[in-house]
Write a protein that binds this ligand. Sequence first.
Ligand code: FAD
Length: 488
Amino acid sequence: KQPVAIIGAGIAGIATAVRLAVAGHAVTVFEAGPSFGGKMHQFSLPGGYRFDAGPSLFTLPQLVDDLFRLAQRNPADYFRYERLDPITHYFFADGTRLTAWAEEGKFAAEIEAKLGVPAAAVHKFLARSARAYEGTAGTFLQKSLHKASTYFSRETLRALAALPALGLLGTMHQRHTSAFSDPRLVQLFDRYATYNGSDPYQAPATLSLIPHLEHGIGAFYPEGGIYSIAASLVRLAEEFGVKFRYNEPVQEILTAGKLVTGLRTALDVYDFGLVVSNMDVVPTYRQLLPTQPAPERTLAQPRSSSALIFYWGIAREFPELDLHNIFFSADYRREFEAIFQEKTVADDVTVYVNITSKKTPADAPPGHENWFVMVNVPHDQGQDWDALTRHTRAIVLRKLSQALGQEIEPLIRAERVWTPPGIAADTSSFGGALYGSSSNNALAAFLRHPNFSGALQGLYFCGGSVHPGGGIPLCLLSARIVADLIDN
Ligand code: FAD
């Protein structure tokens, strides 16, 4: 089998390395940064607070288990996780608090008790969400959509034909307003558009399958935090001989005619007939293939949202909070208009607080908590991020202090901020977008960059900026598609 070079040790690059190494390829991963993980890295702040920098919600853990099974290993020897119950604590702007229990009956009963929406309506909606997932995931997520054999397969045509019957025409928000009359429940389900950085008022109703991932299949927490997903897979990859070359950014993909021939890094030149880029697809073309024609229409697709994250060491424990907590804004439509039309941050925002010390007490000193406080914001287009960070920080502090009945700022013992330009600089994500291109258009799935190059033989793409999209599960699926394309 031919040796393979992978550019980037993000979760998709690591998973691709595992798959190809297990299949018998000699794999070398070139990583620009000092360690692995990309957006899924970890860090500590003075005072003993550990943080997962990026992803915090983990669904479809079997996609990680699959990699250990593929390697004939017992997943539990490397990586353990628990199913969350409850999943999320919601705080609405009108003061209503709601707990999203994992068990559907309990969740529906909570919604009936707190919001007055009949439990039957919740069951009906979640059943449709499950059918939408089962009817479309096989086609849109698990294969290379861009090969003619998938495009015109009977399964694809069947999936497309089923959309009207599943109530999946129109936007996500329309889907949710037709299912529920209570605006708070509409807001709760609209929020799932943010799971791939999209706008519920534009994103297609097909994304209403996302709640099924959490409520049907489950939300999970890996022992030791999200970073342990990357760490356990790197351990597996190294057992199969994968070489990780850190602090070695790739500067150019070398070609001869229509063939890929190797890489030039900051340190050396290497021969490779197979190269997989886990770097965002836009800088892959602009920086590593400057003389090749780029697929301009694909690269011009609107980006997903980004995030402003405040990492705070907090000198108190809040028993009313759990691992995942959402504090909703009063006007969700305004929030998304600000992000996607005005490229700014609204005056009221939805705040997500993730506290891993609730599950891993060692992540904060006794009596303290590690707060990952995130607000959805536009990707970087040259905004004044110092001003937007000050603006957002003030709103967040006011909102959390009010909802929790406790001034938060005096409790902050350590702080770091990650902005869209920071995310772009640290991971090469174009504009610091969290999930590559957005899914605000019904055709977005077809317009995302494929997992292979149509112009250069031997060049492949994995990760959140290409098919099937961003987020941990889809990145893992991109790795599976790339490995299949290379070996079949
Ligand atoms: P990335 O993580 O983007 O890594 C790419 C790697 O390539 C980096 O290590 C970079 O240094 C390296 N690289 C780039 N250029 C070069 C070069 N020229 N040479 C060598 N190396 C290079 N997903 C979820 O599923 N759940 C969540 O809750 C969630 N929340 C998120 C919150 C935040 C704040 C962020 C930032 C992301 C979140 N995501 C979430 C999205 C998820 O983190 C990403 O989709 C996923 O981690 C992206 O992985 P990737 O493999 O595409 O690569």
